[in-house]
Ligand binder design. Structure first.
Ligand code: PGA
Length: 258
């Protein structure tokens, strides 16, 4: 993490877990465990039906922002089952994940769609957390950096520098998500440095330097500090460990290290 240029961001991704009635007790526990530091932006990306309850529970606990896990790229109209940017911002949503590998895989979202969603989210005033990452097969075949270059370039295509500053890139190697197998700090740093190099080529040095890059994939209270010590890892996108308030708070606390 380079604290001179970037603020740390820790975002929880609850995935398809929790219920609206479980939100208040969770936030009460999180608040009790939360470190005092002000140098980290924290968010919880919840399933859509839980967002009103999350917003309510966080009303007097503004250190954690409300996030969503997906959004429709179209503004309104005949898109049955979809949720628009306006619907999210109206509920106070500040962050939205786009292009998570689970959506790319199970909902067949391609890079074109991910770019459209990111642009819509940013235009609506939200911060888009766009996910990229290689499969184990791609890593074993030596294709990691090539794949990441393509995904990052596609994701930020057409964004102005100003728009890109409302975008966070999350590096999530597919083989590390939900598996308990975390990338080593060196592996994660190598790819995050590559992401920043791509951002520099596409958007210029100043913008690339100002953008936060997160690591995600089995990040937890034990391994967070080592990952966050890397110069190009500015925070984390946390799945499993974000479902435990004490663990999530401990990861936020780990951003305070030097
Ligand atoms: P994990 O998930 O922390 O449970 O590996 C991370 C993610 O998919 O965002």
């Amino acid at each position: 993490m380079n604290k001179k240029y970037r603020k740390a961001i820790i975002a929880g991704n609850w995935k398809m877990n929790m219920t609206a009635s479980a939100v208040r007790p969770f936030i009460d526990e999180l608040r009790a465990a939360m470190p005092k530091l002000k140098t980290c932006d924290a968010a919880i990306c919840a399933p859509f039906p839980l967002i009103p309850a999350l917003g309510k529970a966080l009303r007097d606990f503004s250190r954690v922002a409300v996030g969503a896990q997906d959004v429709c790229e179209f503004p309104s109209g005949a898109h049955t089952g979809e949720v628009s940017c306006d619907m999210l911002t109206d509920l106070g949503v500040k962050y939205v994940i786009v292009g998570h590998s689970e959506r790319r895989e199970y909902q067949h979202e391609d890079d074109f769609k991910v770019n459209a969603k990111l642009r819509a989210a940013i235009a609506a005033g939200m911060t888009g957390i766009v996910c990229v990452g290689e499969s184990l097969e791609q890593r074993n075949r030596g294709l990691t950096l090539e794949h990441i270059d393509y995904q990052v370039s596609s994701a930020v295509y057409g964004l102005t520098e100003e728009q890109a500053r409302r975008c966070v890139v999350a590096y999530e190697p597919l083989w590390a998500i939900g598996t308990g197998v975390v990338a080593t700090a060196e592996q994660a740093q190598e790819v995050c440095a590559e992401i920043r190099a791509v951002l520099k080529r596409r958007l210029g040095a100043r913008t690339a330097r100002a953008m936060s890059i997160l690591y995600g994939g089995s990040m937890n209270a034990k391994n967070a500090a080592e990952l966050l010590a890397m110069p190009d890892i500015d925070g984390g996108l946390i799945g499993g460990a974000s479902l435990k308030p004490a663990d999530f708070a401990a990861i936020i606390a780990a951003t305070a290290q030097e």
